[in-house]
Design a binder for this molecule. Structure first.
Ligand SMILES: Cc1cc2nc3c(=O)[nH]c(=O)nc-3n(C[C@H](O)[C@H](O)[C@H](O)COP(=O)(O)OP(=O)(O)OC[C@H]3O[C@@H](n4cnc5c(N)ncnc54)[C@H](O)[C@@H]3O)c2cc1C
Length: 443
């Protein structure tokens, strides 16, 4: 019997599509080239400490509506924890810890009062933060057009944000949301992310952090749903070719065999897609533009010590090499044997991704000792350093026009993935949203 849908790639976009289609009764077959599902979201148990290590700490917000629906469908939504209101502590090397919190007031005042109370900035600078809040509220297509030409840094300058306000507030947020430096990243994508987080429902601005490993959170429940609905999942099986006949996609060649289906969803990253298509097709838009995309790296440093020294669950570091530090011992539901376990993140890590693990460890420990003086008394026990060189596509204005929508010029071939035209930077939410959308087109 011919399959209804073949899905190429078992990251969150492919899994989102597979779960959605299989739940609706479609005959689905999913191919994943690696031995595991989850793509750029995975976790494993560290043999030395017994702790769960994520390839990088992932953070969600309440505005991730598609992701939350996906987690509901696979039964793991309850493993996200979040405070009722967003509250972000920042460490400044000279001025210590200051916290940005949205208030209990209704939107948009929850954000504006939070801005006015952020004590790391002068009162004049805090008042100027409101320029950005106002800009986000007065949204229209002209503004979208204007922002699509600006970097985040240019946009903030145009709204009279001082260098201090950028350094102490906007940049740490922008780099983590965009995984790119504010001097390069698209103002439009950043502004859209801020709008969806702060100007939607109040719960949309909640920060949500997984209390279990990413594989347990995103993959195990999905595998169960797919098994229940008799979907076929082939890991360790690379799709070598998408088969196209007279402008119609008819199947794939995978593991030396031909598999046919009515529809194909390609949920592989942009840098793989071109290799899967016949040469004559790679010259057609959008496939001819795939080499215009660039990637941006993330370096994650997982560190264990013999003493606890971090009170917070997470903290942003201003003007330092590490950008965010997460207290994994406090966040995770279950843990290994070492007393203290923290994960530090460097996003948009172009300048450090080439450093050796020893060099990265040395710069991380320097920052940790500075932020947490008590850590100097703790014995450093173990480290795992993960470099994701292609963590996300680089969200630049130049490439935004090449992010293609779900449909392609090839009949019955649909695209999914965080790099497709989701309107968002490279995120879990973009990935799941694109998978759902592709599933809907096949339905
Ligand atoms: C360290 C790190 C931290 C991050 N932090 C956050 C965060 O805090 N919040 C957030 O929202 N997002 C974050 N992201 C981004 C998020 O992880 C990604 O946007 C999302 O996982 C992308 O999913 P995807 O399905 O689009 O792509 P992928 O996960 O790349 O999935 C594509 C899959 O296709 C498979 N594949 C490729 N070619 C073939 C082939 N020929 N045959 C079969 N299979 C194939 C690949 O092996 C892969 O499994 C982070 C990413 C990283 C790496």
């Amino acid at each position: 019997m011919t399959n209804d849908v073949i899905i190429v790639g078992g990251g969150l976009s492919g899994l989102g599509a597979a779960v959605e289609l299989a739940s609706k009764g479609a005959r689905v077959i999913l191919f994943e080239q690696s031995p595991k599902l989850g793509g750029r979201c995975y976790s494993y148990i560290d043999a030395t400490t017994g702790d769960i290590v994520d390839n990088g700490q992932h953070v969600l917000v309440g505005a991730y509506h598609h992701t939350l629906r996906y987690l509901e469908m696979i039964g793991t939504r309850s493993y996200l924890k979040g405070e009722s209101r967003l509250s972000l502590p920042f460490f400044h090397p000279e001025q210590g810890i200051h916290t940005f919190s949205v208030s209990v007031l209704p939107k948009p005042f929850h954000l504006t009062t939070g801005m006015l109370q952020f004590s790391l900035l002068s009162f004049k600078e805090r008042k100027r933060l409101l320029n950005v809040g106002l800009e986000l509220q007065q949204w229209n297509s002209n503004k979208e057009q204007h922002l699509s030409l600006l970097t985040i840094d240019e946009w903030l300058t145009s709204l009279n944000q001082s260098e201090e306000a950028k350094k102490n507030f906007w940049n740490p947020i922008a780099i983590s949301v965009m995984n790119e430096l504010p001097e390069r990243a698209s103002a439009l994508l950043f502004a859209r992310s801020l709008r969806s987080t702060f100007l939607g429902k109040k719960a949309d601005s909640r920060l949500l952090i997984p209390t279990i490993g990413q594989t347990e959170l995103y993959v195990h429940g999905a595998e169960e749903v797919l098994r229940k609905h008799k979907a076929i999942v082939r890991v360790n099986t690379s799709v070598d070719r998408i088969l196209i006949n007279s402008g119609n996609s008819i199947g794939v060649e995978a593991g030396g065999k031909i598999e046919k289906a009515h529809s194909i969803i390609c949920a592989a990253p942009y840098f793989t897609l071109q290799k899967l298509l016949p040469d004559e097709i790679t010259t057609i838009v959008p496939f001819s533009h795939l080499n215009k995309f660039k990637s941006s790296p993330i370096v994650s440093l997982h560190l264990w010590f013999d003493k606890e020294f971090m009170e917070q669950e997470l903290i942003g570091l201003i003007d330092m090499q590490l950008q965010w530090v997460f207290n994994r011992r406090k966040i995770l539901k279950e843990g290994g044997k070492a007393t203290s376990y923290i994960s530090a993140v460097i996003s948009g890590a172009h300048d450090v991704v080439h450093l050796s693990k020893e060099e990265l460890l040395s710069l991380a420990l320097k920052d940790i000792h500075r932020v947490f003086p008590e850590s100097k008394k703790a014995k450093f026990v173990h480290s795992v350093i993960i470099k994701e060189k292609r963590a996300t596509f680089s969200p630049l204005n130049e490439t935004e026009q090449y992010r293609h929508s779900t449909e392609t010029p090839i009949k019955n071939l649909y695209l999914a993935g965080d790099w497709t035209n989701t309107g968002l930077p490279g995120t879990i939410e973009g990935a799941v949203m694109s998978g759902f959308k592709a599933a809907e087109r096949c339905g």
